[in-house]
Design a binder for this molecule. Structure first.
Ligand code: UDP
Ligand code: MG
Length: 317
């Protein structure tokens, strides 16, 4: 089979409400390029009609990687990259929040010689105040802590060259923050800006718990700063404690006052135990991730390829 020029990776998780419209819009855009393409839908354990709708399309450009269960958005993107064959690989969400028409602009930039073209959100429509604020805060926190230059307000919607895709495939990391890994590998990057649309239909598949996991993965994968912060807060508080001790001794020895009060004691006790547990938690986040690496389980399990893949193609990890 001839290799396609473009591989479009679409992670899908219970997207029956949007999937056919998404397919249609993607197909229109890609037909406009008059070059060959494959649409790789990575089904991340959907329990609805998503897969049967896709199979029913009868389009030979459509490929499905069907996971045995829900492994998560970032893992689904990774699987797409493992199997993509195109010269340029494009990752896009299934819910049309990322307009497929932008792919043509990305392709233009790619043809100018950029190896990574990412799409930066200027405005986010139809998302809650809470989601917008926490997302903005997260990107800024990440930027502050990360040791690589991860662009602000940028999701996974992007085009990467074959070379970049091959390098990312060599990264065996388990708790993946793909947009960070793309920055980490380097190469020539550029941005195009866009307004993020409302979700076309259906509910968000990113509840708070998954968002938190993604944020902690992002920060821990690219920085030790939280660990440094833990030791710094320890040093600072010991110092403050020591000064206060000198003050208490001074009062006792040289004056008639003694420091009294159950209230102040309990407040200090709670404050400090809180800080100790918080710092332990930070250390725990890193240890958990080391444990994941040590166990070295496969990143995902594929139940079925559609159309069936011949030969012995195996993912990188
Ligand atoms: N998704 C996935 N697995 C998950 C959660 C989400 O493959 O466990 C897919 C989902 O189908 C969509 C993309 O990841 O194509 C982004 O999810 P969503 O639009 O729900 O996130 P949001 O835009 O609300 O942050
Ligand atoms: Mg979305």
């Amino acid at each position: 089979m001839v290799r396609s020029v473009y591989s479009i990776i679409v992670p899908v998780y219970n997207e029956e409400a949007v999937i056919l419209t998404t397919y249609q819009r993607l197909q229109n855009v890609l037909e406009a390029t008059s070059e060959s393409y494959e649409l790789i839908f990575v089904n991340d354990g959907s329990r609805d009609m998503t897969v049967s709708l896709l199979k029913g399309l009868g389009d030979e450009n459509v490929k499905i990687i069907d996971f045995s269960r829900n492994f998560g958005h970032q893992v689904a993107i990774t699987a797409g990259m493992d199997y993509a064959e195109g010269d340029a690989v494009i990752v896009i969400d299934a819910d049309l929040q990322d307009p497929p028409e932008l792919i043509l602009e990305m392709i233009e930039k790619w043809k100018e010689g950029y190896e990574i073209v990412y799409a930066k959100r200027t405005i986010r429509k139809g998302e809650s105040f809470f989601k917008k604020k926490t997302a903005a805060l997260f990107y800024r926190l990440l930027r502050l802590s990360a040791d690589v230059d991860i662009p602000l307000d940028t999701g996974d919607f992007r085009l990467i060259d074959r070379k970049v895709c091959d390098e990312i495939k060599r990264i065996p990391e388990k708790n993946r923050f793909v947009r960070g890994l793309v920055s980490w590998v380097g190469f020539r990057q550029t941005a195009i800006e866009y307004e993020r649309e409302e979700r076309y239909a259906g509910e968000t598949k990113y509840p708070l718990k998954k968002m938190l996991k993604l944020s902690i993965d992002g920060i821990t994968s690219f920085s030790y700063k939280p660990l440094k912060m833990a030791s710094f807060s320890g040093i600072l508080l010991s110092f403050v404690g020591f000064i206060y001790m000198l003050f208490v001794i001074y009062l006792k020895v040289f004056t008639n006052h003694t420091v009294t009060g159950w209230a102040s004691l309990i407040v200090i006790q709670l404050l400090f135990s809180g800080l100790v547990l918080f710092n332990l938690g930070i250390v725990g986040e890193y240890i958990g991730r080391i444990y994941d690496e040590a166990r070295d389980r496969p990143l995902y399990i594929v139940k079925e390829f559609y159309p069936a893949i011949k030969g012995s193609k195996t993912p990188t990890s």
